[in-house]
Write a protein that binds this ligand. Structure first.
Ligand code: DGJ
Length: 694
């Protein structure tokens, strides 16, 4: 809901409100937090140096982080003044992924007379979170250089805060980094052209004393898949400013006369009940309004992916054996990963040549797909659409299509360059060649990979247009093949962001499939993203990344907390493992709706508690699943067992623990908890099912 009262604005969602006002032509921030039933202002009257602002500017005496910096004529000082405000029946379409739905939106227009720049700030209050973005328009006759234009700025009154970011690296994506907010500026930013393994466009600001269940927590997530920057600044009074937006790199972007630029949307979520509720708000919002409606809240196929077992050794014989191995295990789809096209015997060639390698598959994909179908499974295929190998027919035909700096040898990672997706003809080519494969074959699923970050980008504009090019390919493919399920991926979980989720309802969470590493990665990924966004596979042991041995049961239990699949040589495993797969897939099918659509409660933090525990509660609270994994075995003889206090149950309902097991009241389960007996050994796990009984 949006309320305007004279110069005061109030945006209201479930449990939160956001207030600001206009005075002397400028916008000032008043309040963001628990809804108090009326407009409130908890920012005292102060001078410009410390007054809470809605969109800080450079050069006006507010020395904290600006939200916009632009340069026109001979000045880099801006002075945006209030022009008008209006309530739009729906959000503007911003030309890139954004939260769905025709939700009422407040548009506040400001103008810098001298630079003839118009700035519109958009505020859309969804039930579960506030969405903001901005539009900058050059209404003048000459160009203006834009160095920065954030999607939003959030000012907080002085207090004791912690921050959380999810910085990581390949195979160790999204660590849970919580620290006390220190004086000065903290930056979370990617300049890799993608969100990346290293940096995630998520940031949380929370009370220092906040926990999973208690305290104020604010989460911010940019819906964008390119360079971004989230900065927080703690000033000399202990106030905090958070500025979130696309990162415009050195040199800025020239906005020519008449040109306009939308910023990506930033989603901000508030919880007065700690991090757990913050995450559930994000999850609800993204399930309802971000994931593609065709797949959101729908059960996803259990896939078996060829990568970790077949690698580049693709052949009809190997694949037939693989399909035979997968048959009858409850697996729904075979996904053929890298190595099926061009002359790709290893990673040094053929990206861009999306034509079946007849040396390996003389009967084309048809023979493989027919075999899958005859075995009761569908078929999916891997692409890396944005790439070009120096050794490829595509490069020989169009050497200028690779991102390169004039006069220099481009930087190669994994023996490949990135295609210049800022050019329409390049995207057209990739679209056409993918379309040919997809329309000539019965392909239900695509894994869209991206195995390197951008280099050799000559200017800031290309970075921006590259991302728009990626979105345009996604858009065209999803329109041309509406039934196609696209799994996002970038060398593991290097592109886990809201922009990709808008098209790909699930993203490969990491190339690290070790169950304990995955427990950590999935735990922190869930701070912002719902379980149904995470693609998790059970793989072989010793694990290919960590060389660790973890039981099949624990591997299955962790993979189950999301879109479960497999990635091992099904034709070479033991009969007992085959039996375990049959059991796991059958159980997953029973539990998938609960897991993918339920509410998540994190009970143990695997980064700090020596154990991982997550609980999913069905929307009607009648069914619960709990997965507990203990990191290191403990001498348990005669000792007390760990207890898990469950969350989110109905206090006066009775629940049976397991099939025909002990029956206890929800209140009891939430206060005394359940004993967890994982037995002996490292990485042992227990999965509990609870159901409401009469
Ligand atoms: C990186 C991905 O994360 C893997 O799963 C696999 O698809 C390889 N690329 C293939 O090259």
């Amino acid at each position: 809901m949006i309320e305007i009262n004279g110069n005061k604005y109030r945006l209201i969602g479930r449990g939160y409100s956001y207030c600001f006002y206009e005075e002397d032509g400028k916008l000032w921030h008043a309040y963001y937090g628990k809804d108090l039933g009326a407009y409130v202002c908890n920012c005292d009257e102060k001078g410009i140096q410390s007054k809470c602002s809605e969109f800080g500017e450079f050069g006006n005496g507010d020395y904290r982080l600006p939200s916009i910096t632009a340069c026109g004529g001979d000045t880099m000082v801006t002075d945006f003044r209030f022009e008008k405000s209006e309530i739009l029946p729906r959000k503007p379409r911003i030309g890139m992924p954004q939260l769905r739905g025709d939700v009422e939106t407040l548009a506040v227009t400001l103008r810098d007379e001298f630079l003839s720049l118009k700035l519109t700030l958009y505020y859309t209050p969804y039930e579960d979170g506030l969405v903001r973005s901005a539009l900058i328009e050059n209404e003048g006759k000459s160009g203006v250089r834009l160095f920065e234009c954030a999607s939003a700025c959030f000012d907080f009154p002085c207090g004791e805060y912690d921050t959380i970011d999810l910085s990581g690296r390949a195979n160790k994506e999204r660590n849970f980094n919580r620290e006390k907010a220190a004086s000065g500026i903290k930056t979370v930013s990617s300049t890799r052209g993608i969100t990346s393994h290293q940096h995630s466009p998520f940031f949380a600001l929370l009370e220092h004393c906040a926990t999973e269940e208690d305290g104020d927590a604010y989460g911010f997530n940019l819906i964008y898949s390119g360079n971004f920057e989230i900065k927080s600044e703690k000033d000399e009074f202990g106030q905090i400013r958070v500025v979130v937006g696309e990162k415009i790199l050195h040199g800025g972007i020239e906005l020519t006369a008449g040109e306009r630029l939308f910023t990506p949307e930033v989603v901000s979520v508030y919880s007065d009940s700690g991090l757990g509720e913050m995450s559930r708000n994000f999850h609800r919002l993204y399930r309802k309004s971000l994931l593609p409606p065709r797949f959101a809240d729908k059960i996803r196929p259990i896939v078996i992916n060829s990568w970790e077992s077949i690698i580049f050794d693709v052949s009809e014989e190997n694949l037939f054996g693989f399909i035979d191995g997968a048959k009858g295990l409850g697996i729904d789809m075979v996904v053929l990963d890298d190595g099926w096209f061009g002359k790709r015997d290893n990673d040094d060639c053929s990206l861009g040549d999306w034509v079946v390698d007849k040396r390996k598959l003389p009967n084309g994909l048809t023979a493989i797909i027919d075999k899958c179908k005859a075995s009761g499974m569908k078929f999916g295929l891997w692409f890396e659409p944005e790439m070009i190998s120096p050794d490829s027919d595509l490069y020989r035909a169009h050497p200028d299509w690779a991102l390169q700096t004039r006069g220099r040898d481009g930087v190669q990672f994994r023996n490949q360059w990135v295609l210049d997706f800022s050019r329409k003809e390049v995207v057209d080519y990739v679209f056409e060649s993918m379309c040919k494969v997809l329309s000539e074959n019965d392909i239900a699923y695509v894994k869209w990979d991206m195995n390197r970050s951008l280099t050799d980008v000559s200017n800031a504009r290309i970075y921006h247009d590259y991302v728009l090019g990626v979105y345009s390919l996604y858009e065209r493919l999803t329109v041309a093949f509406p039934e196609l399920l696209i799994e996002g991926c970038a060398g593991g979980g290097g592109r886990f962001d809201g922009g990709i989720l808008y098209y790909s309802p699930m993203i490969w969470t990491s190339d690290n499939t070790d169950a304990w590493s995955r427990a950590q990665i999935q735990y922190s990924t869930s701070l912002c993203y719902p379980l149904q966004a995470m693609s998790n596979h059970v793989s072989a042991c010793p694990n290919i990344q960590t060389a660790r041995n973890i039981s099949f049961t624990t591997r299955g239990a962790v993979a189950k907390l999301g879109c479960m699949g497999y990635e091992l040589h099904v034709s070479q495993i033991s009969e007992s493992e085959r039996e375990e797969i049959r059991t796991q897939t059958a159980e997953y099918k029973k539990d998938a709706e609960l897991i993918l659509c339920g509410d998540l409660y994190r009970l143990r933090n695997p980064f700090s508690d020596g154990a991982f525990a997550e609980e999913v509660v069905s929307q009607d609270k009648s069914e619960i699943i709990v997965v507990y994994v203990r990191e290191q075995g403990q001498p348990s003889k005669g000792g007390a067992l760990p207890r898990l206090r469950l969350k989110g149950l109905c206090a006066d309902w009775k629940y049976a623990i397991g099939e025909g097991g002990e029956t206890r009241f929800g209140a009891d389960l939430m206060s005394r908890g359940v004993e967890i007996d994982v037995g002996r050994g490292d990485y042992a796990s227990v999965t509990l099912h609870l159901k409401r009984t009469e």
